[in-house]
Design a protein around this ligand. Sequence first.
Ligand code: UDP
Length: 411
Amino acid sequence: MSTSLQDYRAVVGSEVIDELKIAADQVKDRKIQHINSTFVGGGVAELLARMVLLFRELGIETTWDVIKGEKPFFEVTKAFHNALHGGQETITGAMFDTYRETTARNLEEMEIVGDVVVVHDPQPAGLIERRSSDCRWIWRCHIDVSTPDTKVWNFLKPYVDRYDSSVFSIPEFSQQLKIPQFMIAPSIDPLSDKNKELPQETIDRALEGFGLDSDRPILTQISRFDRFKDPIGVIRAYQLVKRRRDCQLVLAGGAADDDPEGTEVLQEVQKAADGDNDIHILALPPHSDIEINALVRGSTIVLQKSVKEGFGLTVTEALWKKKPVIAGAVGGIKLQILNGITGFLVHSPEGAANRVIELLGNPELGQTLGMNGYLHVKENFLTTRHIRDYLLMILALEEPGKDLRYLTPDF
Ligand code: UDP
């Protein structure tokens, strides 16, 4: 469904939209090109799908391209991703060669059309070799690089230092770089199929379709099957709760084109569920947005028990739906969940289980957390704020020495 600026006015207010239009007018004659590694699956694709539409709606020509790579390349970049997040990975020289070879092919094939080129994450970072002096190149890092594997970071850094600027989601992720660094938090689109209001009958139908009983509590985690999302820890938490309270668990996730580990992790999760009929492991096809929206809306509590997380759009999506959220105290989740105010932060399956039991016994508390979470997202994590930050960054990069720039048409 296409949305217009007018539709956003109803959600965020006219002032926000008027301000966006003023900033957009100053950037209008630049083309923006986003480049990442997948159109489908994961937070970056989710973000770009909606942001590109809103940039265009604001009259700014915006394109989105994806680099090409074979399975060995994505195995290498997934290992880099894990290592940059601080995970244990064996990194070899051959892996760097694979990265360079695929980068070389993309450097030949990718058409650079933007006056502002925004390259997302490490996979396409090497495209910076195509930089020309008349374009601005921005490296947008979505992952938690607060404690990166030195070998991988030292490989990546010379590429990053050639950009005009970098963007990180939270200050803790910033790095020693030669280029300016901007802190811009991600966002969700309140009008997308993933987030819009749904009729109760759509929610009921979805729950029934997935074999869930809406009369019993439903705990849900929506995530790619990835070890950093700790799906096994979620099962452990559910099992601890189940000793004291009746409930059902949903672990719903799909594949991402640039994540070859999903199948293996899904098998581990199925094994850990050990045939429990109240654990629903749902491997969802791409574009299951309405189904995910309905699952979250129909859930009693949403979990995101990540042990590493760049930002965690799934948390934002659940808070927007006024759900009580229990999540790992890591990365960008800490920006979203103010412990005890907009949700609960936890450090272990036991901690998660205790909070679930507390919320199941006190639905009013859940409602308060949910309402606070919704207001926090409305104020800070919607696409309109995100686009405004991008526009202001582009303007700031064009006049690096200038401290003040008036955006009103009269100046
Ligand atoms: N998502 C989805 N289908 C799935 C699992 C996840 O559409 O089966 C979406 C989810 O709703 C969210 C995004 O993918 O919008 C995941 O973003 P997040 O930042 O939480 O994690 P990432 O996958 O980028 O690590």
